[in-house]
Structure formats: C-alpha cells, structure tokens
Design a binder for this molecule. Sequence first.
Ligand SMILES: O=c1[nH]cnc2c1ncn2[C@H]1C[C@H](O)[C@@H](CO)O1
Length: 365
Amino acid sequence: MAQPASTETIFNKPKIELHVHLDGAIRVKTILDVARRRGIVLKAENEDQMKHLCVVHKPVKEFTEFLDKFEEYMHVIAGDREAIKRIAYEFVEDKSKEGVIYVEVRYSPHFLANTDVEPIPWNQKEGDVSPSDVVHLVNQGLAEGERDFNIKARSILCCMRHMPNWSMEVVELCKKYKDEGVVAIDLAGDESINCEAQPGHRLAYEEAVKCGIHRTVHAGEGGPSSAVKEAVEVLKAERIGHGYNTLDDRVLYKQLLEQNMHFELCPISSVLTAACDPDYTKNPVVTFKNDKANYSLNTDDPLIFDSTLQLDYRTAQEYMGFTEEEFERLNINSAKSSFLPEKEKKELVNKLYEAYSMVENSETA
Ligand SMILES: O=c1[nH]cnc2c1ncn2[C@H]1C[C@H](O)[C@@H](CO)O1
C-alpha cells in the first residue's frame, strides 16, 4: 500500500470527526499498563510487540480478520472501571492534539461490560460492570477530557450486527444517558449479517425514531449497496457509516446526494479492511469529493490502523486531490451533520466559519 511521502502538517485548522470507535482508539501503552495492574498476561511484553498484535498493516483477506484484532486486547479494558474511564479521557486528549474541536466517539457498551450482558464477552469472568455502568464511566472520562483539553466530545452507542438481542438495551441506554452526552445509536460489526433478518435491530431503531434519538448505520462498507438502502429505508439512518458501495447503485446514490445524506468516510480504514481498492486514486472517497457530496473524513480505528486523522488527511491530499477548500467544505458539512442540538450545531458551524475566515452564510454544502 502506498504511504504518503511528506511529513508536513496538512490542514492545520480546527476539524470535526464523526466516525471513530473508542475501542479502536486505545493507546497501546494503556493496554499494557492496565494488563500489568490487573495481572493479565498478554502475548506481548512491550509496546512494539503489542502493536504488532493489534495493527493491520496491509489489507486483510477477510473483514473478520480485522474484527479479530479486538480480541487481542478488549479483555484487558472490559470490566475495569478505571480503565474504561481512562480510555475515554485519553481519547479526548489524543483528539485535541490532532486539532479536533468536536468529536462523536462510538462503542458498544456491552463489549466493555462483564455483568448484565449475555453472553459475557471476551471470555471474562462475571464481574460488576454493567453496560449502563460502562456508559456512565465513558461519559465521565469524556466530560473530564472536555474540561481539560478544551474540545467537545459526544458519544454514539453501537448495536452489533451479530447481537440483535442487545439492540433494545442499546436504545434504552441512549435514552437514559441523553443528558450525559450520548447523542445517537449506531449499528456496527460484520455487515454480512443483514438486519431485516434480525428484527432486534429494526425494533431498536424504531424506538430511536420514536424517542428522537439520532441514527447512523455502518452500511455499504464490506456489504452491498442494498445494505445502505436498508439502512436508509428500514432503519431510518440519518447518516451512513462508510457507504462506499452506495456507488454501485447509481439510482440510490443520486437519491442520497439529493437528500444531502451524510457519509462518514474513512480513507485508510477503507483500504486496510479491504472494503476498497488498495489504490487510493481509485478510492470511492474521490467520487464523493468530485460530486461535492456531504461527507466527513475519519480515522475509524486508529489503534488498529496505526493511523492518525492527520494521516487520513495527508492521504486524501497526496492521492485523492484534496485541496484546502475541500477540507474546509467537508468540515463545515460535518459540523452541520453532527448530532448536536440545533443551537450547539450552529455555534460549532460558526466557530469553523471564523477559523476558516469565511463569511457566515457562504454556500458550502
Ligand atoms: O469499520 C468497522 N466496521 C464495522 N464494525 C466496526 C468497524 N470498526 C469497529 N467496528 C466494531 C468493532 C468494535 O468493537 C465495535 C464497537 O466499537 O464496532
């Protein structure tokens, strides 16, 4: 895979990130620290070895090969209150250093719990950290990070494709923690498991619509364009995670462009998960850009891709023809497509206009 040649900072201005997994954005050092404290023996003894286990360096053969990476470390963090709060706090610090002023971070509360979850994930023994405790701890870590690093962080709770029986609980947690910074529901995991065959997801999303919970869905990443159609028509998604394969259905793509649907694009992820061609110049991101679609640029899982937002931006600039103007346009669209309440959204958009020295009502979409 081509690696960008320069190290110069690309688009050194305030940015928005809307699609990043908390459990895919943990510091390697933290995994080792927590393992040591908890007396958990890992296959790795130092950061380099741990990185080697967690990182996908070249496009995977199967999408599940990528998901298997989480198995290397999730049992270290899951079920540990201090660790859960710590990863949320450190995440905010890392994003602030990348110049992100607003981030929506997502995760599965069930994947970090060790009680009130069936089955208990990652071969953990039963403990006392429930999915609800997880959400509260993450909220605390994010809130403390916001205060210390002067950035705004909100969260999205993930349903998992293979666990439809968790989804109703996920939407209930979105409702319960709405006032603590949880802004939306997501559906993540292996897209080969479609949701119409899993009524649990549909019912949860119906409840989300009913209760005014915002909705995004991973679709058209490894899965076909029909998964995107299902996300929009059945799950009433307001944003699409990835969505690259939307381009295979020209009618659907045109319709979504007209609807101003927001696509959460993740360039480096799209290549390393083998969702897209390894040649970045042929990446669907280029089409979304050329068509002036509404999209964001995101890291997805920086731990697993050994990446930063800067690397995604640099890749976009070096191989996909991105300009400063396009980076500004996409960030303004990202702010407009955030799941913040209208007033806060407006403030965020205005902050960007100011940072980019643009006139407030300029046409950017
Ligand atoms: O890119 C992705 N596509 C689908 N699922 C993903 C991706 N990155 C992470 N996940 C899964 C694995 C995580 O444990 C889960 C919740 O963050 O979401």
